[in-house]
Design a binder for this molecule. Structure first.
Ligand code: 26W
Length: 793
């Protein structure tokens, strides 16, 4: 990098754009100037990469969410100029750390969105022609505060100070047509900078705007209100990210969003293809489209419409092209998350598109009858049935490959969720265990550990080949290395403690065990089980049945969907427990509970680097994969978890003896659940009973929610003991797993006292995290689903 030129750029941008300078520019202006300068550096490579991607067979990743987080540090890292830029800034009285308050682009809810971002990073680093398509939400996932122990939500105005990492491409805008309106989709492109290569991928995010002409006509006719209304209605489509994780509301605005980015992306993809070949006959030879869960599955119908209506293809030929173009990834087995649209709604909003659902449905029936399948089987798999358009059925039927995101998850899909489909098309099913990018989740968030790794390996090649960490296993018994590893962990814990104090005003002691559960708040993820275990230990310490307890800080970070009242009650409960243990002299030096606010990608970067124990405690069979588990593992923590999702593969890679696995397994639960009576269990076991009694005995308060309403602690109690109309009592098996969980947690607690032995386990987890690089995942997709190869830029 030419430092002088870079500095000149910075000064010019600050002067011309903001009439400020390096000395007094606020952080957002500094961020803007640095970003502009970097965009200038990559412009040429980005342009060449775009052309290279288009010139070869390429993959398009369609996703409703891309949880990219903060771009600036990562981009500097990938360009290999982070230290130099920091030096330039420091020579001028500033530093990169000044940009700590720059907001994340939180255009996603959780796992699915962050995975999409990791995939783009990995593909870019390995020169794979993969580009992302999504929505440029004006407001990303809400900002969370904790007030009096309750979650409060605020709008996430992430573009308030501009968005220097995007380029608006007006010339490539396309129209999206609904029955009641036409809106303009304007692409904003974000560069995805490949680490240590010239390749730069593109994340194309569509913004909804009013179609100028219509707007203008109404305005000219004096129908001002109408003109404004149309503009607002159009803009509303990309206004806000739905904050539901794993819950399908079936709202029309959501369907509009899904069709909006699907139609815009398909127009973009097919226009470019036709410009090059003059036909769509060979579309699938040059383009493969990955559907990230069912959210973009309406794309299938849109491509059919493009082929048949706009390009004159026969239905059968169009179906063949379509099926060969798409693939589908399933990310959840939660029933309430499976998208099923009311056919009335789809037909009303997208009448022509809907016709293709009906035609595909008829084709499906015809094919099944020929195969001699029975009615029940056919009805279950039909894309259209019972007044509903079932998106997962449509996805499997009209695509080439379907994949799950961890071994156990793919097995559950085959044996259960998509059983009939697996019976029909076994060759379509693949597993692609998730991964995470080690650029952000180690090189960037844990520079100190990265430096040690690089020194021991003699090079930083691991940043692009994580399997190399395996070679560090031999240091597990090297006292000097393990001591250094321990002091790095201590430093990261101190940094985390400082950050939590600055951000949340809570003091924690880095000499305690940092036991961390960070993920969306959901009943199946069982934050409530963690809370119960803390109460169990609390009572045990007080009555002396638990002794020699190593002081522990239990850290939680989680957002609840705003309308998910039970989840919100769990947040309040955790904060209440924090209050109780803190105010009790018997426990205040032994247990500390912290609920950090506004958990997001940037917070996660600090939390994964500064933790000792990784809580991954979902009910067996419910967490498709998990990726936070991988981030913590890579930073050297032990997993305290169930046989679920990728935890199983983590234990397989790092050794069960280096992790803490507990609880009922899927095959156990199949036998247990039909007979399970949690009330009996609690009444026969005083230790369990006194824990759940806390929900109703007044030790903690939910703030006065009527006892029969969701959101009250009584209702949580009832859900565990009586169940609710839509589920059996304690259907996530909290009480059944509680004692095994506590016993295992106490084992962790005891093991921690042998610092060396514990650090050795942590070290071995890090050494064996190679499999969980998204580089491995993305190469597997490239080879076995997408059939794409690296490009040269
Ligand atoms: C329709 C509402 C809705 C919104 C989001 C339904 C479902 C979702 C996602 C599929 C939920 C999700 O993020 N799933 C997570 O995907 C991760 C990446 O594969 C997995 O690691 C997690 O286990 C899974 O919960």
């Amino acid at each position: 990098m030419d430092k002088t030129a870079f500095l000149k750029e910075l000064n010019e941008t600050l002067k011309n754009k903001f009439d400020s300078n390096l000395k007094n520019a606020p952080s957002w202006q500094l961020h803007d100037a640095v970003s502009e300068a970097v965009m200038g550096l990559i412009d040429d490579n980005w342009d060449k990469s775009r052309k290279a991607h288009l010139a070869s067979r390429r993959a398009c990743y369609l996703s409703m969410e891309f949880l990219v987080g903060r771009a600036v540090y990562n981009n500097l890292l990938c360009l290999g100029i982070k230290d130099e830029v920091d030096a330039v800034l420091k020579e001028n009285g500033r530093s990169l750390a000044d940009m700590e308050d720059i907001q994340d682009a939180a255009l996603g809810n959780g796992g699915l969105g962050r995975l999409a971002a990791c995939f783009l990073d990995s593909a870019a680093a390995h020169d794979l022609p993969l580009d992302g398509y999504g929505i440029r939400y004006k407001y990303g996932l809400f900002r969370q505060t904790i007030e009096d122990g309750f979650q409060r939500e605020y709008a996430d105005d992430w573009q308030r100070y501009g968005d220097p990492w995007s380029r608006r491409c007006d010339t490539q805008a396309v129209n999206v047509v609904y029955s009641d309106m036409t809106v303009k989709a304007v692409p904003y492109d974000m560069p995805i900078i490949g680490f240590g290569t010239k390749n730069v991928g593109t994340l194309r995010l569509w913004q909804a705007e009013a179609d100028d002409e219509f707007d203008f006509t109404a305005f000219n006719d004096g129908r001002y209100e109408e003109a404004v209304k149309a503009k607002t209605a159009a803009e509303n489509i990309s206004k806000v990210l739905y904050p539901n994780d794993n819950f399908d509301e079936g709202k029309v605005l959501r369907l509009r969003q899904e069709y909006f980015f699907s139609a815009a992306s398909l127009a973009d993809i097919t226009n470019k293809h036709k410009a090059k070949f003059g036909t769509l006959d060979n579309l699938y030879e040059y383009v493969t489209i990955q559907l990230n869960d069912t959210h973009p599955v309406i794309s299938i119908l849109e491509l059919m419409r493009i082929l048949v209506d706009l390009n004159g293809y026969e239905f059968e030929k169009a179906f063949e092209i379509t099926r060969k173009t798409f693939n589908y990834t399933n990310h959840t087995v939660m029933q309430e998350a499976l998208e099923k649209w009311s056919t009335k709604l789809v037909e009303k909003l997208l009448p022509r598109v809907f016709k293709f659902a009906l035609m595909i449905n008829e084709r499906f029936y015809c094919e099944m009858y020929k195969l001699g399948k029975d009615k029940k089987f056919i009805k279950e798999l039909a894309p259209v049935d019972g007044g509903q358009l079932k998106m997962a059925n449509l996805a499997v039927y009209a695509s080439s490959y379907t994949n799950g995101v961890a071994q156990i998850h793919t097995e559950i899909l085959k044996a259960d969720t998509l059983k009939g489909w697996y019976e029909l098309y076994p060759e379509r099913f693949q597993n692609k265990t998730n991964g995470i990018t080690q650029r952000r989740w180690l090189a960037l968030c844990n520079e100190e550990l990265s430096a040690l790794i690089t020194r021991l390996l003699g090079s930083d090649a691991w940043v692009k080949d994580l399997s190399q960490l395996k070679a560090l296993e031999k240091y597990a018994d090297d006292d000097k290395v393990i001591d250094e590893f321990i002091s790095i962990k201590q430093l990261k814990k101190q940094q985390l403690a400082d950050y939590i104090f600055a951000h949340d005003g809570i003091k924690i002691d880095p000499n305690t065990i940092f036991d961390t559960q960070i993920k969306r708040l959901h009943e199946y993820k069982r934050q409530l089980l963690n809370a119960f275990s803390i109460l169990y230990i609390y009572f045990g310490l007080k009555d002396g049945s638990i002794k020699d307890f190593t002081p522990t800080t239990f850290i939680f970070g989680a957002k609840s969907a705003p309308g998910y009242r039970r989840a919100k009650a769990i947040i309040k409960l955790i904060n209440e427990i924090a209050r109780v243990v803190e105010n009790d002299p018997a426990t205040k030096d032994l247990i500390k509970v912290v609920f950090v606010s506004n958990y997001n990608v940037s917070y996660a970067e600090k939390l994964v680097a500064g933790s000792d124990v990784s809580e991954q405690i979902s009910t067996a069979g419910t967490e498709a994969s998990g990726t936070g588990n991988m981030k913590l593992m890579l930073n050297g923590t032990v997993t305290l978890g169930t046989y679920d999702g990728a935890n199983i593969e983590i234990a397989e890679e790092a050794g069960e003896e280096n992790n803490y696995i507990f609880g009922a397994r899927v095959e156990d639960l199949e036998k247990i659940m039909p007979e399970y009576d949690p009330r009996k269990l609690a009444f026969e076991n005083d230790r369990i009973n006194r824990v759940i009694n806390v929900l109703i005995n007044g030790l903690v308060t939910d703030g006065g929610v009527p006892s029969d309403e969701e959101g009250s602690f009584e209702e949580l109690y009832k859900a565990l003991t009586d169940g609710a109309s839509w589920h059996v009592p304690d259907h996530y098996y909290l009480l059944g797993d509680l004692e095994d969980y506590v016993a295992t947690k106490l084992r962790v607690n005891k093991d921690f006292t042998d610092k060396k032995a514990f650090a050795r386990k942590c070290w071995l987890n890090m050494c064996n995290a190679g499999k969980f690089s998204s580089d491995r995942t993305i190469k597997d997709y490239a080879e076995n689903i997408w059939k794409i190869s690296p490009v040269t830029v």
